[in-house]
Design a protein around this ligand. Structure first.
Ligand code: SAH
Length: 226
């Protein structure tokens, strides 16, 4: 067993199971996916630490616990069509690819796109489509989605994402100000919806039409590249 395999096992036990993550699919996926390959080589030894890490362009790979919590909240059984907003390193994308039938992932910074497409191909994920676009308006042509995961902090839940959610569909999204948010779970029903708060959290800003406006110099900001 390599040092990374060992570190990954420990990560699952001490960061996920010890904090109450129970979904077997999520635990198995995160025991399997080589998280260190989603960060640059110089940071690989830190990839299984209990924190987010920089991935360039002032963005981060989310903390493993946050990835697990969001994935578990989507309650996936393998048959779903999932939309992800904020591909970043594509680590969360790979977890979703293990748990759902098809994953559509949107990222606004094109520098990440080529890299993550190659990585997904090399790791054998054939059920993932990644595109450079503003995820705050969703992916109309592929809607409706059984689940939607937003990996950046929003001022409010974008209307397009609610519209593109199937009846019974689940949406997880950090909502708050630019520096701190609350992770919300939204479930769309035939009539109405339910919304629950899962945990306080800190994500980079969701920048786009129905998110924060791009403002030079602010945390997490990068100009649009699509
Ligand atoms: N799950 C990713 C999180 C990356 S950070 C990971 O663990 O690696 C969040 C990502 O959301 C960043 O890459 C950022 O560029 C992207 N993002 C922010 N606003 C966006 C938008 N409107 N549409 C698509 N991607 C967006």
């Amino acid at each position: 067993m390599s040092r990374f395999d060992l570190a990954r096992r420990r990560m699952v036990e001490s960061q996920l199971m010890a904090r109450g993550i129970r979904d077997k699919g999520v635990l198995d996926a995160m025991r399997k996916i080589p998280r260190h390959l989603f960060v640059e080589e110089a940071l690989q030894d830190q990839a299984y630490g209990d924190h987010a890490l920089p991935i360039g362009e002032r963005q981060t790979i989310s903390q493993a616990y946050m990835v697990a919590l969001m994935s578990e909240a989507l309650a996936l059984n393998g048959s779903e069509k999932v939309l992800e907003v904020g591909t970043g390193s594509a680590y969360q994308t790979a977890v979703l690819a293990e748990l759902a039938e098809h994953v559509y992932s949107l990222e606004r910074i094109d520098l990440f796109i080529e890299k993550t497409k190659v990585l997904m191909r090399d790791l054998g994920y054939e059920n993932v489509c990644i595109r450079c676009a503003d995820g705050t308006v969703g992916w109309e042509e592929e809607a409706p989605f059984d689940a939607i995961l937003v990996a950046a902090g929003a001022p409010e839940i974008p209307h397009a994402l609610i519209a593109q959610l199937a009846i019974g569909g689940r949406l997880v999204i950090p909502v708050g100000d630019r520096v701190s948010q609350v992770l919300k779970k939204f479930v769309k029903q035939k009539t109405g919806a339910t919304e629950t708060s899962l945990t306080p959290c800190t994500f980079v800003p969701l920048v786009g039409e129905a998110g924060w406006q791009y403002g030079k110099g602010e945390a997490g900001d990068q100009p649009n590249t699509f």
